[in-house]
Design a protein around this ligand. Structure first.
Ligand code: ZN
Length: 216
């Protein structure tokens, strides 16, 4: 279930943190920009404290994330959640909204790598939505929708929330491996960049660089 903002939000990856901030914009509707990040590692727990500022009204907001399972520098950059556990940060309706956003922007993108990245994000968001459905569920089960807004969306667009619809969408998107291959050039560039920056500033963690790649 979603946590109040003063509590840690449990995520499986930095990408999930990014999606959380995207789905929960400022009250004015503006997008959050990350000003600074702190990493805290203690007793086997990894926490990210993100200081963000609204792009539109400049309001400041702190986000506290806890990375379940820690952080593995070898994980692919855009990986959302390698586990079968459903997200604790976003509900099924929010994952479906994100998937539609990434599918919707593909037409507007010119570069093949960007298209592949958008498909990769869409694919993972659909998979996250599906993780809330039990083997017998065709409709979203009650635990999949956490707010009145989500429940309203699901009842208004019942067919979009059927398991079979989500599966059909997934079948139309190229397989993860193919998309990751198309994304691998950026992945290589990313790792090169990380190595370079790590040499520059010894002691900083690799994943503090993620925002350099998100701000594009
Ligand atoms: Zn604002």
């Amino acid at each position: 279930m979603p946590a109040p903002l003063d509590e840690s939000i449990h995520v499986h990856s930095v990408q999930e943190e990014y999606f959380y901030m995207m789905v929960h914009p400022c009250a004015c509707g503006g997008a959050w920009l990350s000003d600074s990040q702190q990493v805290e590692e203690a007793a086997g727990r990894v926490r990210h404290h993100v200081a963000a500022r609204c792009f539109t009204c400049r309001k400041e907001q702190a986000f506290h994330f806890e990375l379940d399972g820690g952080a593995n520098p070898k994980d692919p950059v855009r990986q959302v959640n390698p586990t079968p556990e459903p997200s604790r940060a976003l509900d099924a309706a929010e994952w479906l909204d994100l998937a539609r956003f990434y599918l919707g922007r593909i037409e507007r993108l010119k570069a093949a790598t960007e298209k592949a990245q958008s498909l990769l994000d869409a694919r993972q968001c659909l998979e996250e939505a599906l993780k809330f459905y039990g083997p017998q569920d065709e409709e979203p089960p009650p635990g999949a929708l956490w707010s009145d807004a989500s429940r309203r969306k699901a009842s208004r667009q019942a067919s979009a929330y059927r398991r079979s619809t989500i599966q059909e969408m997934l079948e139309r998107i190229p397989a993860m491996e193919r998309l990751r291959k198309a994304d691998s050039l950026e992945q290589k560039e990313f790792q090169k960049g990380v190595r370079h920056r790590a040499e520059e500033r010894v002691g900083r963690k690799w994943w503090q660089f993620w925002r350099l790649w998100r701000g594009k």
